[in-house]
Structures are given as C-alpha cells and as structure tokens.
Design a protein around this ligand. Structure first.
Ligand SMILES: Cc1cc2nc3c(=O)[nH]c(=O)nc-3n(C[C@H](O)[C@H](O)[C@H](O)COP(=O)(O)OP(=O)(O)OC[C@H]3O[C@@H](n4cnc5c(N)ncnc54)[C@H](O)[C@@H]3O)c2cc1C
Ligand SMILES: C[S@@+](CC[C@H](N)C(=O)[O-])C[C@H]1O[C@@H](n2cnc3c(N)ncnc32)[C@H](O)[C@@H]1O
Length: 646
C-alpha cells in the first residue's frame, strides 16, 4: 500500500481532482455548501448551543481540504459552552500536500486563524495511521489516513453527526458502498444524524439498508435535492470477545489528578490534563524532574519502523506525528531540533528493508539516500546508504519535561517517594511510608522502571539498563548536522557536547557508569562514523545511566487496569482454555487508576501519545488510536497472558 499524497489541478482558484474528475466543492461556493448541507443538514447550531460539559463527535468520510472541519470548528466556537469538546474524525485516502491545502483554503479568509492552526500541524500523514491533532483546548481532529471503510472499521466510539462527503457517487463508488455505510451505522446511536450533498438513489438505498432514515430536501445551488436524516437502526455497543479489554468508562466527580513519576510519561499526562482544566499534582522521589530514564541530555526522535505494519510500527507512526505536532508549539533550540535523522544501512539486508519502508512512507516521513546524499545531509563523510527522516531529530528530555511541567494547573512535589497507594471512599490516597501525601479521584502511575507499587508489582515488567556517553565536540564532529543512527547513535552538539549511546545491558542493575558500556558506545560510534570516533577526547567523557521499563512483548503499558487478584479469580478459566468466551462477566477495574509506562527505548515517541490516550479514557472521549493498538498496549493484557501461561 503505497502512500499517495495527491496533487490537484486548479480551475481558477478552485481545487479539482484529476484522479476522480470532480471538484472538492462547488466553485466559489465551498463555505455556503458546507453550511447548508453539512452544518444545517445536521442541525448543528442548535445542537452545539445545547451542549453543557459534553463531548460532540462529528465523523466525515472524506477530509479533502479540511473546509468542513473549519466550518464546524468555527460554528462550535460560536455556539458551544466553553467546557464542551468537539471531536472531528475524518478519513482521507489521498491526503493533499500542504501547499495544495494552503492554496485551497486561501479562499476562506473568515477562517484564516483556524487555517493557520491546521496548517502548522498538518504533517506526518503515513498511510493506515490515526493522526491526532489537538487544535485547541476544546477541539481535536483525528485524521484516519487510509480507505474510509478500512479505517472506520478500526474506530471504537459513537458518532453524533456524519458528514458523508466523497466525490460524486458515480465517480467515487468506493466511498458510498454498503460497507462504508455499514461501518458508519455501527458507530451510530439513536440520536445520530447524517447529511450528504447527494440524492443518489443508490446511496439512499444503501443508507436505508444499514439503518439510516434518509429524507430529501432542496439541494444546494443547482442540485435539485440532497439527503439528510438520522439513524433508525439498532445501535449496537461493540462487543469485545475479551471483557477485560472493553472500554473502561471513567466516573469522576471532580477534576483532581495525582501522578506518580516526573519523567516524560508522567509529565506528558500532567500537561495534557492541565490543558483540559484538570488540577494536577505530580509527585517525584528525586529532587528534580527527569532524572531517571528521561534524564539523558539528548535523545533521538527515532522511529525504528518495521516494514510489516506491525502494531508497534503503527503506534510509532501515530506517536511520532503527535509528538511533532506537540513540539511545533515549542521554540527550536535547547529543547529540540528537527535537524533530521539518518538511519544507516550497514548491510545489504538492512538496505532491502529500508527500500521496502521507503516505498510505504511518504517522502515527508522518510526517503532513501545514497552515500553522497547522506554525506551532504550529515555534513560529514558517511560510508553507507541510509533512510533519511527529515522531520525527526533530537530532543532534550529534561528540558522538555521542565517546559511541560511549567503549567499553572500543575503542582510539583519533589523529594517524595510514594511507598503505598490505597483506594478508599472514592479517592486514591498516596503515602510516603505512613505519611499521607495527597488524595484525588484519579491516579496515574508513571513510575518508569520502579515497579514496587501495587498493582504494577504484579505485571512482571523488566528494567533494562542503558548508559549514554557525552563526548566533547571535535574538529570533525562540530560539522555534524543530523542525528546519525545505526545500532548506536550520535546527536549534533548541544553546548559543545554530543550524546552517543546507548548500551543495552540485560540482567544488570548497576546504577553507576561502567567502562564496558562506555566502550560499547565508542565501538558503535566507530561503526557509524569512524572519522568522528578517531578524534574523541576520551579523557573528557560524561556518563548517564538509566533503566528502560519494558514489558515482555516490548509494547508500552497504557490504560486502566483491573485488580490483579480478582482478575485471576474471575477469569481463571483462561488457565485451561486461552480462548474461553466469557459471558456477562464484568471486569474488576481498579477505579480511575491508569498506567503510563514500559516505554522501553522509545519513550520520546510513545509517552506523549499515551498521555493523550489516558486523557481520552478519563474524559470518556473518542480515543485517537485504532482498537487493535489499544488492546495491544492495555495493562490487562499482561494479567491475561500471565493467567494463560500459569
Ligand atoms: C540510556 C537510555 C537511552 C535512551 N535513548 C532514547 C532515545 O534516544 N529516544 C527515545 O525515544 N527513548 C530513549 N530512551 C527511552 C526513554 O528515555 C524512556 O522510554 C523514557 O524516558 C521513559 O520515561 P518514563 O517517564 O516512563 O520513565 P522515567 O523517566 O524513569 O520516569 C519515572 C519517574 O518516576 C519516578 N518514580 C518512580 N517511582 C516513584 C515513586 N514510588 N514515588 C515517586 N516517584 C517515583 C522516578 O524517579 C522517575 O523520575 C532511552 C532510555 C535509556 C535508559
Ligand atoms: C469531495 S472531497 C471532500 C471535501 C472535503 N470534505 C472538504 O471539506 O474539502 C472527497 C475526498 O474523499 C477522498 N476519498 C475518495 N475516496 C476515498 C476513500 N475510499 N477513502 C477515503 N477517502 C477517500 C478524496 O481524496 C477527497 O479528498
């Protein structure tokens, strides 16, 4: 499945698809059509006006230029109460280039401010991925990049209003077939409405067949009629074969949250919730944030993808896209740099893998380079072909953590090790030995590789030691302009020092620097760039040791969790039959407790999107990732696997 970023033709100033031989919206009447067909057809002014502390979900079948998003966002800003949330979910198989999007939206100066926000974030759109945009504190966009049917199948939420928008049904039948509309019906509830510009009899029949109730009214401009209506079919709550993976419904009376751990995972959660008006307390055992795994001076924004669209690869693509959008609001410099990242192909086998990957990804995400191009990009001599990620680079986790922590809704408590947690009278109480530190309805555990606290101590997570080495700039290395990765990595200098790394020491819990780890890092550097390695001043090295929290399946642990003891009892049949189908068993959740951990070697990419997942669980909003990824990273999967193995 090759990524297709679409180039379009212009008819005067109006975008036109040569592929479908159709226009994106009627010439010079785009906004009027959006307003008449999609906003009025779904009665949105009245529905937004009545929202009180509520979520409203719009889903669209074809994102195109984003005009319908802007029109709905603008209407929402004008009519919805400030504590409401709009989620706009839209599918797009052929995303427009950013230049074409900019050009298309120039015609709508009334949306200039919103357009700028969208354009700033409109990047990293690889096929078959969910991409989250937090456009404002109240408005989110999840773009589902891929075929409407394939993508809607992976969504698990209820939609309040559908914008059924494709090219004309005769020219774009894939968009209107029964499968797409059935997928829309599966996501609908009794108050769901829809509207579409067409009055095609095939579309009307298909809509009726899947349970919508289509009506006709006068069409827009030259069109005689168009279809709109509501959902009349039976609304099915998606049934999960595994009750421990059914979506947890949070139940919160107030907006207080306690977070254990001030690394990138805890602080990302705090930042996401603080922006949404939650009062957050982050508790850390060290005297400052980001001293453990998140304590390296520089870390790579490194995707390390598989060519086989695995769960981890898809999570990394969503996480990378989201992280880059988050960073876009922070000045480049000491916190991060999008200097690009060059992944070297040291063997023909790796090069073949890179060729496969490059054919799957848009060049905006990664492209192949030969030795000469690699040398030009890196600005030093490189002896290998490679894969270049132009939007990647490095971040300084401690500086990023400090930046995110500096939010008025976040209180930071340092030098305080939590030794016990307890749920009593609807609140979580956290203690340092017998001293009560704080209590709140919601508790998030983001304690990295420290696994003493219940219930994490039941999850059998590993702590894998790693050591980075800081080397001083030398005559060659001062020219380095991109991150270079292979088995190891080197970053361009920050304050005259490069970070190289990182050792991967299984079964070692030594918190002190080890000469063997230093040697490992220097050997890896020699493999990447012998010219820099030769000049390293080994008298002036600095070291940082950290521990990577890791689950046995190498996936993060993100979401709510059950009580491990009760889990064992209720689902004990799994011991005999791993595929046993449970009926009517409710899951023994630990109320309002969430985990954000086990980010392994990729926390800079996975922890911030994980924080958004947890925020969506807490606020009962659509979760911006496909169900198979949510299942694969769910904390309860580990309890289930343990039971099956026991
Ligand atoms: C050597 C090394 C190099 C790496 N390089 C990269 C890289 O280049 N790119 C990348 O994406 N990732 C990299 N990683 C991985 C990444 O750093 C981690 O995935 C990420 O930092 C994990 O963040 P965290 O918040 O989960 O854990 P941590 O940063 O360890 O944070 C957990 C925090 O919880 C605190 N805590 C624990 N228990 C308690 C308690 N009971 N009470 C109070 N506080 C508590 C700890 O003190 C700590 O501050 C690297 C990791 C290592 C070790
Ligand atoms: C008429 S345009 C949508 C206009 C858009 N709503 C706007 O506000 O600009 C139809 C869009 O559907 C996309 N599309 C066509 N077939 C698709 C499919 N099978 N799955 C997902 N998107 C598709 C097209 O690439 C195009 O961007």
């Amino acid at each position: 499945m090759t990524q297709q970023i679409k180039k379009i033709a212009w008819q005067r100033d109006n975008p036109y698809s040569l592929q479908f031989d159709d226009c994106y919206f009627p010439a010079n009447l785009g906004y009027q059509q959006a307003q008449y067909v999609f906003l009025d057809g779904n009665n949105l002014t009245a529905r937004f006006s009545h929202l009180q502390n509520n979520n409203f979900v719009i889903a669209e079948t074809g994102f195109g230029t984003g005009l319908n998003l802007l029109a709905a966002w603008d209407l929402f800003n004008k009519h919805a109460a400030q504590d409401s949330q709009l989620h706009f979910i839209s599918c797009e198989k052929y995303p427009l280039s950013i230049d074409d999007l900019r050009q298309s939206l120039k015609a709508f100066p009334q949306f200039a401010e919103l357009t700028n926000i969208l354009l700033k974030q409109y990047q990293i759109l690889p096929n078959n991925s969910f991409q989250l945009f937090r456009l404002s504190p109240n408005v989110s966009l999840t773009l589902l990049i891929g075929d409407a049917f394939q993508m809607l199948k992976q969504l698990n939420c209820k939609v309040d209003a559908w914008f059924l928008d494709g090219f004309a049904p005769s020219k774009n039948p894939d968009m209107w077939n029964i499968d797409v509309l059935q997928a829309a019906a599966n996501l609908s509830h009794p108050n769901t409405t829809f509207s579409t510009f067409t009055s095609s009899s095939v579309v009307r029949k298909n809509l009726q067949q899947v349970g919508f109730n289509p009506r006709k009214r006068k069409g827009f401009a030259q069109k005689r009629e168009h279809l709109y209506g509501d959902f009349d079919g039976s609304s099915s709550t998606p049934k999960h074969q595994k009750p421990w993976l059914i979506r947890y419904q949070s139940d919160i009376k107030n907006k207080d949250v306690t977070i254990i751990g001030a690394g990138i995972a805890g602080i990302s959660c705090g930042f996401s919730l603080a922006k949404r008006g939650f009062k957050v307390t982050i508790i850390e055992k060290n005297s400052a944030p980001a001293q453990e795994a998140s304590g390296n001076n520089q870390g790579c924004l490194f995707l390390k993808l598989s060519a086989h669209q695995t769960v981890l690869s898809n999570l990394l693509l969503s996480g990378f896209g989201y992280m880059r959008r988050l960073l876009e609001d922070i000045s480049r410099g000491e916190i991060w740099q999008d200097c690009g990242l060059l992944q070297l192909a040291a063997s023909p086998k790796t090069l073949t893998k890179f060729q496969q990957l490059a054919s799957l990804l848009p060049s905006e995400v990664a492209y192949l380079v030969d030795e000469q191009q690699a040398s030009q990009l890196a600005n030093i001599s490189i002896n290998h072909h490679g894969l270049f990620f132009p939007k990647a680079g490095w971040i300084s986790p401690p500086r990023l953590c400090e930046y995110l922590l500096n939010h008025p809704n976040i209180k930071f408590i340092n030098n305080c090790q939590i030794t016990k947690i307890k749920h009593e009278n609807g609140n979580w109480h956290v203690f340092n030995h017998e001293k009560s530190i704080t209590s709140s309805t919601i508790l998030i555990n983001a304690s990295g590789a420290c696994n003493e606290l219940y219930p994490i101590n039941k999850l059998k997570l590993k702590a894998i030691r790693g050591q980075t080495t800081a080397i001083p700039v030398n005559q060659i290395s001062k020219n380095l302009q991109t991150v270079i990765c292979g088995d190891g990595y080197i970053t361009p200098a920050l304050h005259n020092t490069h970070t190289i790394g990182a050792s991967f020491d299984l079964d070692c819990c030594d918190p002190n620097p080890r000469p063997t780890s230093t040697q490992h890092n220097l050997t890896k550097l020699t493999e990447l760039t012998p010219t820099i390695a030769k000049l390293v001043d080994i008298e002036n090295l600095h070291h940082k040791v950290g521990f990577r929290s890791t689950a046995h399946d190498n996936l993060p642990v993100v979401g709510p969790i059950s009580d491990p003891e009760q889990f064992k009892q209720i689902y004990s049949k799994l011991k005999q039959d791993a595929k046993f189908k449970f009926k009517n068993t409710s899951c023994p959740w630990l109320p309002n407790l969430y985990l954000n951990m086990a980010h392994g070697s990729r926390g800079m990419i996975t922890a911030p999107i994980a924080a958004e997942i947890i925020t969506s669980y807490i606020t009962n909003e659509p979760i911006p990732l496909p169900q198979n990824i949510l299942d694969a990273i769910h904390p309860n999967r580990l309890l289930c696997q343990q039971l099956i193995k026991s």
